[in-house]
Design a protein around this ligand. Structure first.
Ligand code: GLN
Length: 521
């Protein structure tokens, strides 16, 4: 058999021109993100719900602070998790251990009704587990391919689709169970799928062959270009390595600007949706909204079920236990989806929930990721810094829509009712920008990192999300103070102009950065 990819013989069998192992990772990451975003979706709602509604009755400010601390800490620990995998555990063990710890974390959250400390224990376990899991599963994706395989950008884009399929379903289903049935059920559901996802990965590991078993400083799989190209002088080798690490740092700094603005989604953009838009539905618009809602739930389910069938065709017999848990998870998810849609069909919706808009992001990613994966594989594939620049500018344009839409709102106004379409356009452009920057960024980290430091480099990449999430929460909390001075349009214009400025700087640095990448495309 011709070995185009790293990993086992079975991994050479392709799905959409990519190795089967990519889709094992696709589903593991899907379940992990299902639990991460599902839990995130109900965290603040749970804390601020009254004790009568089985919440903790916290002030909104306190809940948002805990939320900001949590979402930034989960991206801080990958730095340690990456180093641990590089030096000691190997990437696969780190993924399994991290997934197990997160499953326990979600389980612990579900027990908060018995003892409040379980809740904090749960959050702590999630922060630790994510540190072990996230950087290392991301690095295995790249290790499936030979060093100079041009499919890597596309691979990370497909992987990113798995991330968002999980986010989409998690927000929808944990949100639904949490709010309608009980918070414990929402937290518990997140835990069950994290556990099944861990089993699915554990029992399918053989497909990766020797990839990620041992820490990289002890293994001999070749990953980065300098290992395949004979470098004559050691000093030259060191310089190339240093330059490429420097490029990873520049890309990471650019993403701080990106996520800082992007992550207003969970904060000031949701406040905008809640207080300043007209979400009322009447007559025909209620019927149309319900129909759209049903379609956008079913379509992603059909898409990922199709991917699942493709994977089953290749590896079902060889990895039965893994696929059993994967199939079982799908049966449960389909069951909940059908139950939920059925229960909602008869209901008169009179208002679009403010939180509804944030699922548009994951939905657009699932629909558009295949298009972008095609573009990156075509002759229209721009250089890394240009992609980053375009991504930042598209994000800024998204905020221009909101800034423009809120032009008529007087400074200091507490409510208004502008069209919800501004939010839809904004999320569309944010998603287009994200696809130019985030999956591509993972791919560049995998291509630029020296083999022995790949976990650490992913840790640094994710560290930028930690900083950005923290700053996003801080800036968002000044929404009232800023908009009483320069209006809501002025407030959102900040999130338009800063990323656009950062994007233009990336364009200017293009030549220099390209040289420092030393041949990596
Ligand atoms: N949405 C992506 C994920 O959850 C990227 C998040 C980030 O890096 N801030 O993996």
């Amino acid at each position: 058999m011709e070995r185009i990819f790293n990993g086992s013989d079975l991994n050479q069998k392709t799905i959409f021109d990519h190795p089967s192992g990519l889709f094992v990772l696709f589903f593991t990451e899907m379940w992990e993100r299902f639990s991460y975003y599902g839990m995130r979706a109900i965290l603040v709602l749970f804390l601020t719900s009254s004790i009568m509604n089985e919440g903790w009755g916290w002030e909104r400010q306190d809940a948002l602070e805990l939320f900001a601390a949590y979402t930034s800490l989960v991206y801080l620990t990958p730095l340690l998790g990456g180093i641990l995998a590089d030096k000691l555990l190997g990437y696969r063990n780190a993924v399994v251990l991290g997934a197990l710890i997160m499953a326990l974390g979600h389980g612990s959250l579900a027990l908060e009704g018995i003892e409040q400390n379980f809740f904090y224990l749960g959050l702590g376990l999630l922060v630790i587990g994510n540190g072990l899991f996230k950087p290392n599963i991301s690095s295995i994706v790249g290790q499936l391919y030979k060093a100079d395989d041009p499919r890597k950008d596309g691979a990370y884009t497909i992987f990113y689709m798995g991330i968002n399929a999980g986010a989409f379903l998690g927000i929808l289903l944990c949100g639904y169970l949490g709010e309608k049935v009980g918070w414990h059920y929402g937290f518990g559901l997140a835990g069950i799928f994290m556990f099944f996802g861990m089993l699915q990965f554990y029992f399918a590991q053989g497909i990766f062959g020797s990839i990620g078993v041992k820490p990289t400083n002890k293994s001999n799989t070749s990953n980065s270009k300098e290992d395949t190209v004979k470098v004559s002088a050691d000093a030259n080798h060191k310089k190339i390595e240093r330059d490429r690490i420097f490029v990873i740092v520049i890309f990471s700094i650019a993403t701080i600007f990106f996520w800082w603005a992007f992550e207003q989604a969970g904060g000031s953009m949701t406040i905008f949706a809640n207080d300043y838009t007209d979400r009322q539905l009447s007559g025909n618009s209620a019927v149309i909204f319900n129909t759209i809602n049903t379609v956008i739930t079913i379509v992603p389910m059909v898409v990922i079920t199709y991917v699942l069938i493709k994977l089953f065709q290749n590896i079902f017999q060889s990895y039965f236990i893994s696929n059993f848990f994967l199939g079982l998870s799908f049966v449960i998810i389909w069951g909940i989806v059908i139950y939920m849609l059925n229960a909602e069909i008869g209901q008169e919706t009179s208002e679009i929930p403010a939180s509804w808009f944030s699922v548009l992001n994951s939905l657009f990613i699932i629909l558009l990721a295949p298009v972008f994966s095609k573009i990156w594989a075509s002759k229209y594939n721009p250089s890394g810094p240009i992609k980053f620049g375009i991504g930042l500018i598209l994000l800024g344009v998204g905020y221009l829509f909101i800034a423009y839409g809120s032009l008529g709102i007087p400074a200091g106004a507490q409510t208004a009712s502008v069209s919800v379409m501004w939010l839809v356009y904004a999320y569309l452009f944010h998603t287009l920008g994200e696809l130019c920057l985030s999956p591509v960024g993972l791919s560049y980290v995998s291509k630029l990192a020296p083999e022995r430091l790949i976990g650490l480099m992913f840790g640094i990449w994710l560290l930028s999300s930690a900083i950005a999430n923290y700053l996003a929460g801080k800036t968002g909390s000044y929404i009232d103070a800023i908009s009483s001075e320069i209006g809501l349009n002025g407030f959102f214009a900040i999130f338009a102009l800063v990323p656009i400025g950062a994007g233009l700087i990336m364009f200017l640095l293009n030549g220099k950065i390209k040289r420092m990448m030393h041949g990596i495309k």
